[in-house]
Design a binder for this molecule. Sequence first.
Ligand SMILES: Nc1ncnc2c1ncn2[C@@H]1O[C@H](COP(=O)(O)OP(=O)(O)O)[C@@H](O)[C@H]1O
Ligand SMILES: [Mg+2]
Length: 258
Amino acid sequence: MSDSPSDGTVVSVKDLHKSFGEREVLRGIDLEVAAGEVVCVIGPSGSGKSTLLRCVNLLEQPSSGRIDVLGVEVTDPDVDIDRVRTHVGMVFQQFNLFGHKSVLENCTMAQRGVLRRSKGEAERVALANLERVGLADRAHAVPGQLSGGQQQRVAIARALSMDPQLMLFDEPTSALDPELVGDVLGVMRDLADAGMTMIVVTHEMAFAREVGDRVVFMDDGLVVESGPADQVIGAPREERTQAFLQRVLDPTHQHPQG
Ligand SMILES: Nc1ncnc2c1ncn2[C@@H]1O[C@H](COP(=O)(O)OP(=O)(O)O)[C@@H](O)[C@H]1O
Ligand SMILES: [Mg+2]
């Protein structure tokens, strides 16, 4: 795996289909993400956003199509997926921290187990990333002592401690109380500004518009519309995009999680 694929493409998805039993939930997705690009994926609950993200690092096995990540075809049956995953950070709606381990240990375990870093080196890297997300002073707390927003920032620091070349976010702020969302989005904005390649599934339209280089609107297993964030969110061409945005931008509308 090269540090930067020669043509600058970090993720390439071609004609991706995914079925669960009889139900086809991805019906031919194409997506390219270039190095340093931030692509925000929006769309109604059930449209296949999480499934798409999960196919990118083979948490779901695609039914057909081709996916390349960091210059490696992950849909090749012989792929060493663990090696690819080492370079891909994933942050979910649920933080999945170990509750009985300290914040610092949560951020060093995979570094030590997967990257074989020494304890000292892993702690140095973890503390630098906790600093980056504003939580270096909570390194010795356990997750239960932190707010949901702080726990999500720990999850981001944990992912960053693996030196990922790609970050996948699946609705990282959807489970948070509204007043805690801003800090997490702020961390993600800093990461984008630092040049990280990111795919972000989000319901935060202001964030998508401001931070996203590109916005992809999915509905019913298809990419309905994709383009510059200002265009897709500010002046959507497709009726389905317009209807969705009207619903989510309506301040009285409570979007369901998923
Ligand atoms: N493991 C699974 N088994 C069966 N159906 C699934 C599974 N995961 C997702 N689905 C279905 O696939 C569709 C798309 O789900 P998902 O990708 O989670 O959508 P989104 O993230 O856009 O809300 C939904 O109808 C969902 O119920
Ligand atoms: Mg989802």
